[in-house]
Design a protein around this ligand. Structure first.
Ligand code: HEC
Ligand code: HEC
Length: 271
């Protein structure tokens, strides 16, 4: 595959280099071979994961939201090829940063500089750039707040259905990307920990990750206030036992919740 790509690679003559004549590979011609960059962006890389780059990143956002109205856990990749460093300055090369996602989130084999998929993806990403240089991102993995009381279920639901929905589906019913998580009575502190610090504990790029294949939500992708509302929604939707008996969340709100009574996943609101 790579051999074929090289053989049919076209070169363009340029005059903007030190040597008298320069040859520049016409990367667009590579895209004629194998999957084009946008296909690489939107398809799975391994049979061991259902995630695609587009599960977690988009190419353009307004105030952190994609054109479909949803927010992804990862930042937009617009102008990402123009950043000088990646992952809080750990990597100078974009490929090294991308390979963290490829291996740690997508369960696939790391790309080399010569991989057609990578060349096509890089070319496609770079083509869309709107600036010459872009500032590096600050990626903040933070611990969840200790106090998770005061959450608002209906706010949590609205937030959920514009963010978590991408993988967990409407109202957390589950999709092929992620399991159902509402109505099963997960404890709030567990939910909060998963949202903030989900990911491989031995990650080469991020400190503080605890467990799971779900990506963490960093400080600037989700606020602590939102986190409290999500934890509330995910822990009690479907009902929980309250001090005064069984009830739906909206009857009592999260403040009246006796958290220990929601920890048994078999407890549900009797329909
Ligand atoms: C399961 C979620 C997930 C998938 C799939 C994923 N990423 Fe990421 N990626 C993240 C998270 C979370 C971060 C850290 C926060 C951020 O930078 O947006 C990140 C960071 C990055 C960064 C570093 C940004 C920087 O400037 O430091 C790049 C580049 C990147 N991803 C590209 C990709 C590409 C390309 C793919 C597909 C091959 C991909 N990612 C797949 C979740 C994912
Ligand atoms: C990129 C896809 C993706 C997104 C977006 C995502 N999740 Fe997840 N989540 C997963 C996957 C996959 C799992 C199951 C594997 C694991 O536990 O890591 C999971 C597991 C969880 C769990 C643990 C469930 C259990 O039974 O142990 C919780 C809680 C959770 N997600 C909450 C959320 C919330 C809240 C959001 C939105 C803020 C969210 N997730 C966004 C993919 C995602």
């Amino acid at each position: 595959m790579y051999r074929e790509a090289l053989i049919s690679l076209r070169f363009n003559l340029t005059d903007n280099c030190d040597a008298a004549v320069c040859l520049e590979p016409d990367l667009a011609s590579v895209q004629e071979n194998g999957r084009g960059g946008s296909a690489v962006f939107t398809t799975v890389l391994s049979s061991a994961s259902t995630f695609t780059c587009s599960s977690c990143h988009v190419m353009s956002e307004t105030d952190g939201f994609a054109s479909d109205g949803f927010r992804r856990p990862g930042h937009s990749l617009l102008n990402s090829t123009r950043r000088a460093t990646y992952k809080n300055g750990i990597f100078d090369k974009m490929l090294d940063a991308v390979n963290v996602c490829v291996t740690e989130w997508m369960n696939a084999t790391a790309w080399t500089e010569a991989d057609t998929d990578w060349i096509n993806l890089l070319n496609w990403l770079d083509d869309q750039s709107t600036v010459t240089t872009a500032d590096p991102l600050l990626i903040d993995v933070v611990a969840p707040p200790d106090d998770l009381t005061g959450g608002d279920v209906s706010n949590g639901r609205e937030l959920f259905n514009t963010r978590c929905i991408v993988c967990h589906g409407f109202d957390g019913a589950g999709t092929q990307l992620a399991p159902p998580i509402t109505g099963i009575g997960l404890p709030t502190d567990y939910i909060a920990r998963r949202i903030r610090t989900s990911g491989p504990p031995d990650s080469v790029a991020y400190d503080g990750l605890v467990e799971g294949v779900m990506p963490f939500w960093g400080a600037d992708r989700l606020s602590d206030g939102e986190l409290v509302d999500y934890s509330c929604l995910c822990s009690i939707r479907g009902g929980c036992r309250y001090r005064h008996g069984w009830g739906r969340p909206d009857e009592f709100g999260c403040n009246g919740l006796q958290q220990y009574q929601c920890q048994d996943r078999s407890e549900r609101y009797p329909e």
